[in-house]
Design a binder for this molecule. Structure first.
Ligand code: FAD
Length: 316
């Protein structure tokens, strides 16, 4: 079977959920090889194997960790030229997209970004215009290099024992033009990361103030979920931008999405419409969010949420 490369995205010594999703997708296309660019491949090997990687290309060393992404793109481009894979999957993250763009230019190869599916003929599916249009595209020059949108599919394990091959890291002076001078890991709160959480509780303009967002946080904490926000809530200064859900924010696909005081604009839906179960609380029975919700409560969130929280506490 053809070899498919999956570029690993990891955080704090573990592959991110999007990596497991890409491994799952790659298994439908061929033999899965994970590519670790920087960090320690050994720490990730078990988990990559659990999701079907039969081989790991380990490009490690200070040079990859000490500079920005240019070096990673150089190493990946050289690997692609050497192994001629059937496809290359890279996460649609800020870093992933930058690596993918640089690699495509280096190899004079086409690139598809933000795909949610890729078939064996190299045809990728992209969801555009806030989810209203589905586009099928194919790279017309070179092999399919694609960035995969997080939360596009459910990762499933398929245990394998991967072999590890060290990859030579030889960076050029051009790759070293921007150096990392400091890394600060933000203090991780008790809440799960928004894009990876299985429960998300989001607040919109209807929450009314930054102070009132404590109500959203309280419900999220009772459910063990992450907190999200609509753009109107973010623009009003109620909650930081990094928690925005939607077209210009994060895409989430949890088991449960709770929308509090959110009208359900198309740009918000774009970031949460694939959630498994959606609960909406809105005082306007005509709010568009109810077209999407599996369960809707027409009511004042300042009455409904404390009552719901009380019930959850009783059952804990
Ligand atoms: P509103 O539309 O004002 O809705 C507030 C809701 O709260 C209303 O339905 C109201 O009935 C309800 N409410 C008020 N008080 C209460 C109460 N006490 N109890 C219960 N319900 C109450 N939006 C995003 O969210 N994410 C994006 O990424 C995003 N990207 C965008 C990109 C572009 C290019 C553009 C043009 C827009 C984008 N938007 C995005 C904005 C989007 O169009 C909407 O303006 C926004 O989603 C509205 O947020 P909201 O639902 O919180 O506010």
């Amino acid at each position: 079977m053809a070899e498919v490369l999956v570029v690993v995205e990891a955080s704090q010594g573990a592959p991110k959920k999007v990596t497991l999703e890409m491994l799952t997708l790659a298994r439908t296309l061929g033999d899965v090889s994970a590519v670790v660019l920087g960090g320690s491949a050994a720490a990730l090997a078990d988990k990559l194997g659990e999701f079907g990687a039969t081989k790991i290309y380990a490009a490690e060393g200070e040079d990859l960790d000490g500079y920005l992404v240019a070096g990673k793109a150089t190493v990946l481009a050289a690997l692609i030229q050497r192994v001629s894979p059937a496809a290359v999957l890279i996460a649609s993250s800020q870093e992933g997209k930058e690596i993918a763009g640089r690699v495509a230019v280096k190899l004079d190869n086409g690139l598809l970004t933000d795909v949610v599916a890729l078939d064996a003929d190299g045809i990728g599916t992209q969801v555009v215009f806030a989810g209203s249009t589905i586009v099928k595209s194919k790279v017309s020059k070179g092999l399919p290099i694609v960035t995969v949108r997080p939360n596009s599919l459910t990762p499933t394990p398929a245990p394998a024992t991967p072999s590890v091959e060290q990859v030579e890291v030889a960076l050029t002076d051009k790759d070293k033009l921007a150096k990392v001078v400091e890394r600060k890991v933000e203090a991780k709160g008790a809440r799960p990361e928004l894009a990876e959480a299985s429960i998300v509780v989001s607040g919109g303009r209807g929450v009314g103030s930054a102070d009132n967002f404590k109500l959203v946080e309280e419900l999220a904490d009772l459910l063990g979920g992450a907190v999200g926000a609509s753009r109107a809530a973010v623009d009003s200064g109620f909650y930081p931008h990094q928690f925005q859900v939607g077209q210009t924010g994060k895409t989430v696909s949890p088991q449960l999405y709770v929308a509090l005081g959110i009208s359900g604009a198309i740009q918000h839906r774009a970031g949460m419409q694939t959630s498994k179960t959606i609960i909406a609380v809105n005082k306007d029975s005509e709010a568009p969010i109810f077209e999407l919700a599996d369960f809707g409560v027409v009511g004042d969130l300042f009455k409904v949420v404390p009552q719901a929280a009380e019930e959850i506490r009783k059952r804990k």
